[in-house]
Ligand binder design. Structure first.
Ligand SMILES: Nc1ncnc2c1ncn2[C@@H]1O[C@H](COP(=O)(O)OP(=O)(O)OP(=O)(O)O)[C@@H](O)[C@H]1O
Length: 550
């Protein structure tokens, strides 16, 4: 049965591909002369194709193949590192205009999942869907206490449809990578695997609810962005009930202007929110297209955002954060040598990479960007160029970094639609510098010491005993050795003396550092006081001297 339905689907895909002239493109990619000759005599070759160019053909074909392929095309459209501009622009036009599924079916699904009738859960449930998307359908309703909510419910049987289509995509990707060099370079199997993960993650609305909750906590009381509340009691893996929000769609520039919205403030807030998520919370909304962003313009001078759709989020490892911060920082000082060094020092590119060659390659792609004024520079494109260059030098860019680069492109796009003179660097610079300050150098050391302080205090009572044991053991070993060789006895005495000096220095250094940490803790301030900074600094120097002393 499964084989039959797959064969039917293959047949349908072939028909759609022929209709839009994709067969020609596939054959060109495969470069198998015999097949190409045979193909020339196929009857449909003389039929008129329905697309005017290959990129349009691909978009139309994906639209005909249904929501899973449409979403795939949307994801591909953001991979400008893989596609040429004409394909990326054409795929960006893809919209999942899917017909709604019957509301009776939706209500049946909600009731089965929540184990309650819709009338019990909701005071009012509007049977006309608010939106019908590829994965889920959204309804408006009100809870028994009158609170307005939206109810998102996953399409029935969508999991099987997705699985079948993804299996076919894998098949096509494998064929493409085996039979064509260009195909192999595009790494289609990896691209489909990444897409599979994204789309299945989006199916789990409980996961989306948890993401929403985390973002809501991160931005609690923020004047910049509002995240709607999740009603957990009425959520299931395929049902999400969330506070209903009202606002102007982020892409509706005309309405925003008509309302007299301060567009500069709005654009700057967008960038601020992004950098806060990346460098402060390390948890970012990664599906930032205008359809998912609303604006509260009730007070036009002080506009703020409202965010929805939390299916895709990203988070960077400390190493990736550092990569990002150090590179952007070095870039904006046009210090390409430093960019190259950072890559090599941290092992992102192989140690044998020539700094000079890498630096030259980075300069070549980035210098044209810096011909623009700061306000016209696209950070998303800059990162993209950097990734492309680094890939040529054997760096494997982490998927989370690619996700971030795509989000950055979106943010920039939206920000500049709102306020064309937006200067991202003005907002980004303090974030990067603060982050670097906190992660690298003495402040970072003291900060970490402060973080580990409770653990240290816990172990403090045992410290004398442990220290004594270590010293005794050390002396014992030295004594045993000294019995064997009397000449070494003198040496031993010296060593013991030095080790005692080292011990005293270590204890003094550690005490000063602890004092600085306590001072910071007592003052309840984010930053160290000048005195704390000095005391901590002396402590650190003593510790370093103790370590370096032979
Ligand atoms: N909390 C909310 N308040 C008001 N409207 C909402 C809310 N959540 C979703 N919507 C409406 O439902 C639409 C679809 O919601 P959402 O984007 O979460 O679904 P989706 O299945 O992820 O869609 P897509 O695949 O297009 O991203 C939104 O564009 C918006 O119009």
């Amino acid at each position: 049965m499964k084989l039959f339905s797959q064969a039917k689907r293959v047949f349908m895909i072939t028909r759609v591909a022929i209709r839009y002239g994709l067969d020609d493109q596939v054959l060109t990619l495969l470069k198998i002369p015999a097949l190409q000759t045979l193909y020339k005599v196929m009857p449909w070759k003389w039929k008129k194709r329905e697309a005017t160019n290959p990129a349009e053909g691909l978009r139309c074909a994906l639209e005909d193949l249904g929501p899973v392929f449409v979403k795939f095309g949307q994801v591909l459209s953001t991979r400008r590192d893989m596609l040429t501009e004409d394909y990326a622009n054409e795929l960006a036009k893809l919209q999942d205009k899917v017909p709604p599924f019957p509301s009776d079916q939706a209500i049946g699904l909600i009731e089965a999942s929540l184990n309650q009738s819709v009338d019990e859960v909701f005071k009012r449930f509007d049977r006309e869907p608010l939106a019908a998307a590829s994965i889920a359908q959204v309804y408006s309703a009100s809870l028994q206490d009158g609170k307005e909510v939206v109810v998102k419910v996953v399409r029935p049987n969508i999991e099987n449809i997705i699985q079948q289509d993804i299996d076919l995509m894998f098949l096509m990707a494998k064929l493409l990578s085996r039979m064509s060099n260009t195909g192999k370079r595009l790494r289609p199997v990896e691209v489909v695997a990444e897409y599979e993960k994204t789309i299945f993650d989006e199916l789990d609305l409980q996961r989306e609810a948890a993401n929403a909750n985390q973002l809501r906590r991160n931005f609690e009381n923020s004047p910049d962005v509002y995240i709607p509340k999740v009603y957990w009691d009425h959520c299931a893996p395929n049902v999400l009930v969330m506070e209903r929000i009202y606002g102007v769609n982020g892409g509706d520039i005309e309405t925003l202007k008509r309302k007299g919205t301060n567009m500069k403030v709005l654009a700057e807030r967008g960038v601020d929110i992004f950098f806060t998520q990346v460098f402060k919370h390390n948890f970012f909304h990664a599906d930032m297209h205008p359809g998912n962003v609303f604006v509260n313009a009730d007070n036009p001078d002080d506009p703020s955002y409202i965010s929805i759709d939390f299916g895709i989020v990203g988070s960077l490892s400390l190493q990736d954060q550092r990569y990002l911060a150090e590179n952007l920082h070095a870039f904006f000082n046009r210090d390409y040598k430093r960019v190259a060094e950072v890559h090599i020092e941290s092992g992102w590119v192989p140690a044998h990479t020539s700094v000079v060659e890498f630096e030259a390659a980075i300069r070549t792609v980035c210098e044209p960007i810096f011909q623009l004024t700061f306000k016209d520079i696209s950070y998303g494109k800059l990162l993209l160029r950097l990734f492309q260059t680094a890939q040529r030098f054997d760096m494997e860019v982490q998927p989370q970094l690619v996700l971030l680069q795509k989000t950055l492109l979106n943010i920039e796009g939206m920000g500049r639609d709102v306020y064309p003179d937006l200067d991202l660097w003005v907002t980004a610079k303090p974030f990067l510098e603060r982050w670097m300050d906190e992660q690298v150098g003495l402040r970072a050391f003291v900060k970490n010491a402060s973080k580990n302080f409770p653990k240290f205090v816990e172990q403090l009572p045992n410290m004398p005993v442990t220290l004594n044991e270590v010293i005794m053991q050390y002396h014992q070993e030295q004594r045993e050795k000294s019995n064997k060789d009397s000449q070494q006895s003198l040496l031993l005495q010296q060593t013991i003396k030095q080790s005692n000096q080292r011990l005293v220095m270590s204890i003094a250094g550690a005490s000063l550092l602890i004092a600085a940490v306590i001072d910071k803790g007592l003052s309840q301030q984010q930053e160290l006081s000048t005195l704390g900074f000095m005391v901590g600094g002396i402590g650190l120097v003593l510790l370093l001297l103790a370590l370096l002393r032979k």
